[in-house]
Design a protein around this ligand. Structure first.
Ligand SMILES: [Ca+2]
Length: 409
């Protein structure tokens, strides 16, 4: 075509937080982030205005990336209507000498939610519509190979023109503002973010699809601080509690694509490598959250919590034969790690000297026994001694009262 194009080095410009905020209707911040994740925009030169024209980008088009300088557009009003750029002095033309794919690879964290936004318009004034689409997938490959079409979420702040379609049509009358979201698949530590020309109003694949102000990353997200939500103290006879989390500002579970996982760790486990489960001995522990992703919130910081597990005082020894009724035929805990306890609940009152002793297998002394009793096949934790989970089964006599408590082997 006879239309000249301008390629030059644009002046240095940084995509500002206020601009992104305006674009996405959100708030952006650059606070501390979890290891491996990067705050803000992941792209280099996403608006084609920084450093050498086209720096950071690759294209499958044989003619290379074509960058327009807005100051040159006044000469081409028949094509451009002298419309203002979308962001900064320069923008790119997706159809350079052919319908190409423009792309950039960025380092990503699997499971992360990355938002994107861009401005798009047709080149040929009001005379028609140019169509492009966004692609994304694993980086490091050849061109658009292995990438998948991305369906935008919004167009000019509202619904996209054709629901479920990846095509992004815009005329030359104004820049269309598009946004979308991408969840980094498992194992994908390098992601390719790409743009592909679909059609040009001109019918000539060598021009069409102006593209500008591209952002891809944690943009348009409100920063949140995740704190492991732990009780200050639990009993050593209870299992480690299920640790939740709280955020500041407050969010709800529906705000998260995948929710943070929080657990309890030994204080010496500074890398949080081994989450603890089951009954733990008395002592001090730490709580910690990992993971979690959201399209609206970006985890700016994580705050670890602390947890103290307290021991229940052991009951005084009952002595010999003071309990009345049928004393449990209990092997000594110190000599048998897997006691089998046959318990015949007694209606006889305890001897005065043992009034304060806790009965490990009867409610209400044992808070682990539910109000409705212990279901056959269920399990219960003893109190007043070594905290061993016990499985409850009917005794050999099928006596509905007698139960056998068996510690796991
Ligand atoms: Ca620009």
């Amino acid at each position: 075509m006879a239309v000249a194009r301008s390629m030059r080095t644009g002046r240095i410009r940084v995509l500002t937080a206020s601009f992104i905020s305006m674009l996405m209707g959100g708030v952006i911040g650059l606070l501390a982030v979890p290891a491996g994740a990067v705050a803000g925009d992941l792209l280099t030169n996403g608006s084609f205005d920084t450093g050498t024209a086209g720096a950071g980008w690759s294209t499958t088009a044989s003619g290379g990336l074509e960058v327009w300088d807005y100051s040159s557009m006044a000469s081409y009003t028949q094509w451009t209507q002298n419309l203002a750029t979308y962001d900064g002095p320069n923008f790119a033309e997706l159809n350079s000498n052919e319908a190409g794919t423009l792309y950039q690879d960025v380092v990503t964290v699997p499971g992360d939610v990355l938002n994107w936004s861009l401005g798009h318009r047709a080149r040929a004034g009001n005379f028609g519509t140019d169509v492009m689409k966004v692609l994304a997938g694993p980086g490091g490959g050849s061109g658009a190979s292995g990438l998948t079409e991305q369906i935008p979420l919004t167009w000019d702040g509202g619904p996209i023109p054709v629901a479920g379609s990846a095509n992004m049509p815009d005329t030359g009358a104004a820049w269309g503002v598009w946004t979308g979201s991408y969840i980094v698949p498992a194992g994908q530590t390098l992601t390719r973010f790409a743009f592909q020309a679909v059609s040009s109003a001109s019918g000539d694949s060598s021009y069409g699809n102006f593209l500008d102000g591209i952002a891809f990353g944690h943009v348009g997200m409100t920063n949140v601080t995740v704190t492991a939500d732990s009780p200050s103290s639990i009993s050593a006879s209870a299992s480690v509690p299920s640790i939740g989390y709280v955020t500041s500002p407050a969010t709800t579970s529906s705000d998260w694509t995948s929710e943070p996982a929080c657990s309890v760790y030994a204080t010496a486990d500074s890398s949080f490598a081994t989450p603890l489960t089951g009954v733990q001995p008395a002592g001090n522990y730490v709580t910690h959250c990992t993971g979690g992703s959201s399209g609206s919130y970006y985890v700016a910081t994580r705050v670890d919590g602390s947890l103290t597990i307290t021991a229940i005082p052991a009951p005084p020894p009952s002595g010999g034969g003071g309990g009345g009724g049928t004393a449990p035929e209990t092997p000594s805990p110190s000599t048998s790690p897997s006691p089998s306890v046959s318990a015949e609940p007694s209606s006889s009152p305890p001897a005065p000297g043992t009034q304060a002793a806790l009965d490990p297998i009867r409610t209400p002394d044992n808070p682990n026994i539910p109000a409705g009793g212990i279901p056959v096949g269920g399990s219960v934790l003893l109190v007043g001694g070594q905290p061993v989970p016990m499985t409850v089964t009917p005794n050999a006599k099928s006596d509905p009262v007698g139960l056998v408590f068996t510690a796991p082997g």
